[in-house]
Design a protein around this ligand. Structure first.
Ligand code: PLP
Length: 746
């Protein structure tokens, strides 16, 4: 027989069942006959919730002025155990967890209200108080740490509450960041009590959440924090000054442990996050975001390389906390700079030396170099590679419009009319009717009011993202975004932060923290990602940008001409309203088969860009040949319905066959990019070469373009492929891998 009870009680339940099977279920048994149990449900199941006990077995005591009060005088009814239990039909009790008193706040930390309450016991003229976790909205994951105060008559006294907020702020600033209260609720009503003194937190919480009592929120904002709105880059919260380096290290170690799922005891403080501890770059991102939250500091993307060991990240934090605004500012670095040796010959620069070493190792076997492979024909289902016809699975000519006769003819007609160059910036001398016709066609194709065309896709991103935002703005971009987006962020004066790939929840957390600190916030995503072929959940991003009043930019390089009934991209695929996406960016070089980039959006925005976007104003207009060819390509997308029918057939055929052969296609499935996971970079190179020797062109994608050990062969399906070609390519890969004894991950 096993008996159970809390420290404050005698044994309250016993398990008498002798069968091993019942014992293994680990109940704490049934209540003894003289014990009453009761549950305060914490959800819809009325048999699950906090357990209350009533019995003589409970030890009751209270001190008043240091003297024990006569137990008869203590109004003790039900004793809240603080345990969340489940009671089964046969009255067996199972302890499911600790009481909801525990607050899990936005930093993900567990906070015990008792610890915090003590600090606020010094508040003057407050009748009762308690600390509870309260969610702002029903569906939120985290709770605010909320100080609830019964002010009695003072509830109606504004001078009193202003003074109170000051007192609360003073106390709060002495608490560690994760334990600070972030909401204050005041009420004139009595707080519910368990016994004479202890507040019933669950009941209080439910009363507030269900508006059962009169209450109001007091704003904790101080005047100084309003000032911070116009100074978005707040690095230092003065109250962290006292945090000493060991305390910081300890907290950083907790973050490492949580993110890497490794016990803290097994992490050396100088171990490298990736090389020693097996983390990856996306986890570094999560780590940086976590410590930003924990310490209320801003970690710049360029500082991420300093976030690779507990020691490094802690000293970075320490310096920020101590108020050294720019960790590597010029003046600061000047003190430590070694003597500079001028580089007069580029061959002596460290970057060239490193490049040269890499190049030499690649060129050891020139025929194995997977880069700069020459194709002497358009890249359609087949192409002429080094004089041989190969099956082509390596190009972005998704709709096979480059090489199509109608498109070639249109380019030639434009050359005959205008020559080969626009011969000037369009603003001054380079404008042609064909440019305007093309922009009107793009605007119609992309369901936008207007569009502007630039000479390159990459430069379109760099110049737009680099210039749309100012110092007072914030750019939040997907961590897997294309290099052109990252370059744009680097150029921009705005603060730029990546969010983990497609992680809507984390993006929302970032918006909650940052929205009010910045004027414009630009969210940058891609419609389809080029390494995995996955489609972004654009409607979710649209909802978020609307909720937080941000601008949404979607790069449609790999979604235009690939998804949507007529190849119209994400708007068509998700049936979006014309203005759901603020800036629709795309390249002409992929599905449309030419070269250039476009931005489509509202007429006001596009008109502004025509006069102010540096990459447009200070660069030549797109060549007439490309403008003419793209116009015809768009026309074909809208008139030749077989392009998209064949595209869909081929994507499906590829996915079905890959699954049949048990290949791992990463996140792909509905787009023309379908990677096959290989694992090591070395095997990806070997397989790409072996495929090429078998007449199939498919390039490898390796680290750092993809995470370590996630190298892949990146197949691109085009509309001209035939099902037999697709099956042949995949069967060849299976055979080649088998013959080379390479096991592909399932
Ligand atoms: C997502 C994305 N955006 C922009 C670009 C740049 O486009 P372009 O090659 O037309 O300059 C690329 C090119 O691969 C891309 O994948």
């Amino acid at each position: 027989v096993c008996g159970f009870g809390m420290t404050e009680t005698a044994i309250t339940s016993v398990e008498t069942d002798m069968s091993l099977r019942s014992r293994l279920k680990a109940s704490v048994g049934r209540p003894l006959s003289n014990i009453d149990y009761k549950i305060i449900p914490n959800g819809t199941n009325e048999n699950v919730g906090e357990m209350l006990i009533k019995s003589n077995a409970i030890h009751i005591a209270k001190l008043e002025g240091g003297k024990q009060v006569d137990p008869e005088r203590i109004d003790c009814d039900w004793f809240p155990t603080g345990d969340i239990v489940r009671i089964e039909k046969d009255k067996r009790v199972f302890v499911e967890g600790r009481c909801k008193d525990l607050i899990i706040n936005e930093s993900g930390e567990n906070v015990y209200p008792d610890e915090i309450e003590d600090f606020f016991s010094v508040l003057n003229n407050v009748e009762q108080f308690s600390v509870v976790g309260i969610k702002k909205h029903k569906n939120d994951i985290y709770e605010d740490i909320c100080l609830v105060l019964n002010l009695g008559e003072n509830y109606y006294n504004d001078n009193f509450t202003t003074q109170l907020v000051n007192e609360i702020n003073n106390i709060n600033s002495k608490l560690s960041v994760i334990k600070r209260i972030n909401r204050v609720i005041v009420t004139p009503e009595k707080l519910p009590l368990v016994n004479v003194i202890k507040v019933k937190r669950l009941e209080l919480k439910s009363n507030i959440e269900n508006n059962k009592i009169i209450y109001k929120d007091l704003s904790l904002e101080r005047k100084e924090s309003i000032k911070s709105k116009s100074e978005p880059q707040v690095f230092v919260n003065k109250s962290h000054h006292e945090l000493e380096i060991n305390e910081i290290k300890n907290k950083v170690a907790d973050a490492f442990s949580e993110i890497l799922e490794i016990s803290k005891d097994n992490i050396q403080y100088d171990a490298h996050f990736i090389d020693d501890l097996g983390g990856d770059s996306l986890q570094i991102l999560s780590l940086a975001l976590k410590v930003e939250e924990l310490f209320s500091v801003n970690i710049e993307v360029v500082e991420y390389p300093q976030c690779t060991s507990i020691n490094d990240i802690s000293s970075l934090l320490y310096r920020k906390i101590k108020g050294l605004k720019n960790y590597e500012s010029e003046t600061e670095r000047g003190d430590f700079l070694e003597k500079v040796i001028p580089i007069k010959n580029f061959k002596d620069s460290p970057e060239y030396i490193e490049f040269h070493e890499r190049e030499q190792s690649l060129l050891k076997n020139p025929e194995d170099n997977p880069y700069f492979v020459r194709h002497e024909s358009p890249l359609l289902d087949v192409s002429l590679m080094d004089g041989h016809e190969v099956l082509n699975f390596g190009s972005y000519n998704y709709a096979c419009l480059s090489g199509r006769k109608e498109v070639n003819d249109a380019a030639k007609r434009a050359i005959d009319k205008y020559g080969t160059s626009a011969s000037g910036s369009r603003l001054l001398a380079g404008e042609k009717q064909i440019h305007r016709d093309l922009e009107a066609a793009i605007a119609k194709f992309k369901n936008a009011e207007d569009a502007i065309v630039l000479v390159g896709g990459h430069s379109t991103n760099v110049t737009f993202i680099g210039n749309f935002c100012s110092k007072k703005d914030l750019i939040l971009y997907d961590a897997l975004a294309h290099n052109s987006i990252e370059e744009g962020c680097r150029l921009s004066e705005a603060t730029a932060k990546p969010f983990p790939h497609n992680d809507i929840k984390l993006l929302e957390q970032m918006l909650k923290v940052h929205r009010d600190k910045y004027e414009k916030i630009l969210i940058v995503i891609e419609g389809v990602y080029s390494m995995d072929g996955d489609i972004a959940d654009v409607p979710a991003f649209v909802a978020l940008k609307k909720r937080y009043g941000c601008f949404l930019f979607v790069d449609e390089a790999h979604s235009t001409c690939v998804i949507g009934e007529n190849g119209g991209g994400v708007d068509e695929y998700f049936n979006l309203a014309p203005d759901d996406i603020d800036i629709k960016m795309g390249t002409l070089s992929k599905g449309l088969g030419t070269c250039g980039g476009y931005l489509a959006g509202s007429k006001e925005l596009i008109n502004y860009l025509r006069y102010s976007l540096p990459g447009f104003v200070f660069s030549v207009g797109i060549s007439p040949a490309l403008a003419g060819a793209t116009l015809e390509a768009i026309n074909l997308m809208q008139t030749d319905k077989t392009i998209m029918e064949r595209m869909r057939r081929n994507i499906k055929c590829f996915v079905d066959q890959a699954k049949k052969l048990n290949f791992n296609i990463c996140l792909a499935g509905e787009t023309a990019i379908i990677p096959i996971l290989v694992g090591s970079d070395k095997n990806a190179f070997i397989l790409s070469n072996a495929m090429s020797k078998n007449g199939i062109f498919v390039p490898p994608a390796v680290y750092p373009a993809v995470p370590k050990n996630k190298a892949r062969l990146r197949f691109c399906v085009v509309s001209d492929h035939k099902p037999e070609q697709i099956k042949h390519a995949l069967n060849t890969l299976a055979a080649v891998a088998k013959s080379l004894d390479i096991q592909l991950p399932r």
